[in-house]
Design a protein around this ligand. Sequence first.
Ligand code: K1U
Ligand code: ZN
Length: 157
Amino acid sequence: PNILRIAQQGEPILAQRAANVTNLHDATIQNLIDDMQATLLAANGVGIAAPQVFISLRIIIIASRPKPRYPDAPLMEPLAMINPEICWQSPDTCTGWEGCLSVPDARAPVSRSNHLRVRYLTRKGEIIETEYVGFVARIIQHECDHLDGVLFPERVT
Ligand SMILES: O=C(O)C[C@@H](Cc1ccccc1)C(=O)SCC(=O)c1ccccc1
Ligand SMILES: [Zn+2]
């Protein structure tokens, strides 16, 4: 896999709505998922969205793991979600620190739904619907915002 260049704030692609994936089993998509995961891990992030590597497709990877700032973050295997849809999100919110690989040196508290249900395609093409809470739910909302051209500073109230 390749480590890809990460688009920085100001790149037009970060403000666009990404397109659904229609050719999930093509090698280009499978290789992109591998490259996104390698890029995410090299950048020491907990999530990444395809527009951040200059590909305007609805693919995200979430990879929560404990970090000094987030000792209670759950440890999870990187999970690729294709065409993710948040089908429900709780009215109750919580505020937590966020950063962004496309907005370096910025950290801010953001209010997000504490609980959500997301429906997505796995890289093998299975349709999965799962509920998440807390920090992982936050990452999912942050990454899905990237697919809609929204960066976290726009969410700071
Ligand atoms: O730009 C991205 O999507 C990656 C971003 C994801 C994210 C971090 C924090 C909350 C929600 C989503 C990052 O991984 S930034 C680097 C990081 O690991 C981190 C930054 C601040 C708080 C916790 C983690
Ligand atoms: Zn981000």
